[in-house]
Design a protein around this ligand. Structure first.
Ligand code: SF4
Length: 62
């Protein structure tokens, strides 16, 4: 997103099925390409991962 992704706002590239519309394409932001998932991020499954993401959103909200 041109000015960065504000907390609480879905990325414009996020598809309805939660996939990235530009995955594997050169225009995908470097921060996305460089992200390496960790056990702490993913937890035991989707619910843990969404909880982790929600906490990141809370911590970065302005
Ligand atoms: S990987 Fe990056 S560009 Fe793709 S949907 Fe997620 S935040 Fe957006």
């Amino acid at each position: 997103m041109e000015s960065g992704k504000p907390a609480g706002v879905p990325c414009v590239q996020l598809l309805p099925d939660m996939r990235c519309a530009i995955f594997g394409k050169p225009e995908r932001p470097a921060v996305c390409r460089s992200l390496r998932p960790t056990q702490a991020m993913c937890g035991a499954g989707r619910e843990d991962a969404l909880t982790y993401l929600a906490e990141l959103e809370r911590l970065t909200a302005v």
